[in-house]
Design a binder for this molecule. Structure first.
Ligand SMILES: Cc1cc2nc3c(=O)[nH]c(=O)nc-3n(C[C@H](O)[C@H](O)[C@H](O)COP(=O)(O)OP(=O)(O)OC[C@H]3O[C@@H](n4cnc5c(N)ncnc54)[C@H](O)[C@@H]3O)c2cc1C
Length: 395
């Protein structure tokens, strides 16, 4: 072994040197998204969260301008970024708020991805360019009031009437629903589950907003009501039949969450470190107590392990080698650890931890939704359990 080169200094923001794994383009994209979030989200987020109102349309246009919508898709005005770059953007957006990352995930990885992957050329030309610039917002309707983790039994039904389709049913907890111009709706048909690109101004379609949420308050969440919604033959996504359609979209979106959750964790952790260095009790900064340092060290370990895991999955996705079970691995670990980091950070901030003056409680409550959507903890445990044992324990 040759004599070691002079070691780089320890960087508390990047203790494992993960930045060394990123290209100059990766870092430039990350910094652009980080500074957009610092300018456009952070100064307002506490107010948006408290009011339960967020200027989605305005933000969508700015995110589109930045190339963040459908970021890793190619063609149709999409940025064609790598999976790692898309992940870094998700992390930076969620460091501001999970609601902003949700807007981008649902737009790009669910609504746009479904059309990009399974749509006809006409559907792609019609929707994707305006979705990429944020002019048209998309939503993705899979969950129903009685069918969440097990969407196979969905009741929304699309029936053929001549060459038309007639859609009836209800979807629940749909991000972006009330602001969407196009809803990708999954429905039973005589041929199995199909996806439909539904213009939201079609008669019979409505999307009342769900109020009284205590999580993801800076995000629009809606019910979709479809009452005799008549669609032309070309509204159906021709490329897929069956549950594998929506599940493949979810896998794409979950990948973004693996990164995003670490953003919420990072923001909370950083708030805790700053607080621990300046808050004094018993005559000294609380960060000087061993019990606080144990919390900080454990959080740093989980935070940066989570980012490494996300980066590893990103490289696999870019190489076309990312399996859905590996995405489950990442979502299960990173969201669970992120929420733990937020809760521990909250304890370090004491009473201030429950205030919107600090980001910690907002991130912790947001992550309660992130823990549930795109597959709950239990669903990902069951996915991994099945992969490990070969035994299906879902039912
Ligand atoms: C803010 C927010 C935004 C959302 N956005 C969207 C969206 O844009 N589009 C969309 O389609 N959906 C969306 N969802 C819905 C989300 O995907 C569902 O909530 C999720 O799939 C869980 O379904 P559920 O709430 O009906 O819970 P359920 O499926 O009823 O589960 C309840 C509990 O039972 C557990 N459970 C269920 N089955 C089993 C089992 N076999 N073994 C062990 N435990 C089990 C679950 O893990 C969970 O803990 C959103 C949800 C939220 C909160």
């Amino acid at each position: 072994m040759s004599a070691p080169a002079k070691l780089p200094p320890f960087d508390p923001a990047d203790p494992l040197g993960i930045d060394d794994l990123l290209s100059a383009d990766d870092l430039a994209i990350r910094d652009t998204v980080r500074s957009w979030a610092a300018d456009r989200v952070l100064p307002h987020i506490a107010e948006w969260y408290e009011d339960g109102q967020v200027p989605v349309r305005e933000l969508a246009l700015e995110l589109g301008d930045m190339g963040a919508l459908g970021m890793s898709l190619t063609g149709y005005g999409c940025a064609g970024a790598t999976a790692v770059q898309y992940g870094l953007a998700c992390l930076e957006l969620e460091a501001a708020d999970s609601g902003i990352r949700s807007l981008v995930s649902v737009q790009g990885s669910l609504a746009m991805y479904a059309i990009w992957k399974y749509g006809s050329e006409e559907q792609k030309e019609r929707w994707l360019p305006s979705m990429a610039i944020g002019e048209t917002i998309g939503c993705f309707g899979l969950t129903e009031p009685d069918h969440g983790s097990d969407p196979a039994g969905m009741r929304t039904y699309a029936k053929k009437d001549g060459t038309d389709w007639v859609l009836n049913g209800r979807k629940m907890w749909i991000t972006n629903g009330s602001v969407a111009g196009v809803a990708v709706v999954w429905a039973q048909t005589d041929e199995g589950i199909r996806g439909f690109a539904v213009p939201t101004d079609t008669p019979g379609f409505s999307a009342p907003e769900i109020k009284h949420k205590w999580s993801l308050r800076a995000s629009v969440t809606s019910e979709l009501v479809m009452d005799e919604v008549r669609l032309p033959a070309d509204a159906v996504l021709p490329g897929v039949t069956g549950l594998k359609g929506p599940l493949s979209c979810l896998s794409h979106a979950r990948y973004g969450i693996v990164w995003g959750a670490m953003g919420a964790a990072r923001a909370s952790f950083e708030a805790a470190v700053e607080y621990a260095k300046t808050r004094e009790q018993f005559g000294r900064p609380i960060g000087g107590f061993q019990l606080t340092q144990a919390k900080l060290a454990d959080m740093a370990v989980e935070l940066h392990k989570g980012v490494l895991l996300a980066h590893h999955l990103g490289l696999r996705m870019d190489a076309g080698r990312l399996r859905p079970e590996q995405v489950s691995f990442g979502k299960l670990n990173n969201v669970r650890e992120a929420i733990e980091i937020c809760r521990t950070s909250r304890t370090i901030l004491g009473a201030n931890g429950i205030s919107l003056e600090y980001p910690v409680m907002r991130h912790a409550t947001n992550l309660e939704s992130v823990l549930t959507y795109e597959g709950t903890v239990e669903m990902h445990q069951l996915v991994l359990g099945k992969a490990l044992t070969g035994l299906d324990a879902f039912r």
